[in-house]
Ligand binder design. Sequence first.
Ligand SMILES: [Zn+2]
Length: 221
Amino acid sequence: MTDTTALLIGETTFPFHSIDEKGPELAAAIGDAADVTTTTDRDALCDLSEYDVLIDYLTDSELTEDQLEGVLSFVRDGGGYLPLHCGADLISTAAADPDELLDQREEPVPELRAVIGGHFLTHPEESEFGVDILEDHPVTDGVEDFQIFDEPYQLDVDDGDDSDLTILARMDHPDLEDYPIAWTRTEGDGRVCYISLGHTDEALQNESFRTLLRNAIAWTA
Ligand SMILES: [Zn+2]
């Protein structure tokens, strides 16, 4: 057992990422890597002091100033930040029109985007693709290149020449360019790791994904 504590935050606003469904799968994937509390209460972000790691599975990027400041100060003061899959969707918001699911803000939440080092753009259909491991790193420890059936996330990532990201894994997809799948960076005293996988039940049960996730918790904690 570990004494690492993690807060998993999600929502039930959208059927496709409902934390009621994904939360138990994610908790099973995490196993004994952390003592996980799952919540949909965004005000929990205002004070994260009792947790080592924040696992962000939010699609709706709408945060109050206090909630956003809670996340930013948590990370800068040494907290672990692990946005997973839709956690990098910094554009979508819950639609005001009940006939629509999502609205889009004009630009991705800039403060969070800077902390993550990139943001979600779009994705084509769920499909089978390869994940190439690029770095020997505590997060990729014990993980070899693998195949997965999931949403192939296309992301805008700060991976240029002056990047402070360590890109750990990239997509090997028959029809898409090799988008980053996982990376790390630091923010103040905090460690950040983003993993773009984590939509389908197959992905959440994939042993390589689960190892990445557990390693990421241990590294960011
Ligand atoms: Zn998804």
